[in-house]
Design a protein. Structure first.
Length: 155
């Protein structure tokens, strides 16, 4: 089932995405991801003392930019940055209390993403709920680019 911010925003039919709507969306996404977690645990448990979350592009990079206090998005500051998950969750807590116009006024969000940021936050929050962790690494360039670079280095 598609879990991206755009898909979630377009398919949401359960009222406004205020704090309560956000919680419903997060829980729906969590329900979809719960079987994934169960399958992953058959090969080994996620240990937050030795593992961290890795977030790429879209919502995660926007949340990281806000957590860094950036007025405008700066790829070089966001890419490869480390964050405490609690700091990212605090950004989410603030964003879900804002209306569309207030979210659009945040330079790192803007009018283009103001309607997508809360669904994206719900995806991140569901993941953080199922795989609680202290740290998040943010990749702006995406995993595919890193994998291609690694493959090119090996050949």
């Amino acid at each position: 089932e598609p879990l991206g911010a755009v898909t979630r925003a377009e398919s949401w039919r359960h009222g406004p995405l205020d704090r309560a709507g956000f919680a419903r969306m997060r829980d729906e996404i969590g329900a979809v991801l719960t079987p994934v977690k169960a399958r992953m645990e058959t090969v080994g448990a996620f240990d937050p003392s030795t593992h961290h979350l890795l977030g790429t592009s879209g919502t995660v990079t926007t949340l990281a930019a806000i957590a860094l206090g950036l007025v405008r998005y700066e790829r070089q500051r966001v890419d490869a940055s480390w964050h405490r998950c609690a700091d990212i969750e605090a950004v989410i807590d603030r964003l879900v209390t804002l209306d569309l116009k207030e979210r659009a006024a945040i330079g790192c969000v803007g009018a283009d993403r103001a309607d997508l940021i809360v669904p994206g936050c719900a995806v991140f929050a569901a993941i953080a709920m199922l795989w609680p962790c202290g740290r998040l690494r943010v990749a702006d360039r995406g995993l595919r680019e890193g994998m291609l670079r690694e493959l090119a280095r090996l050949s």
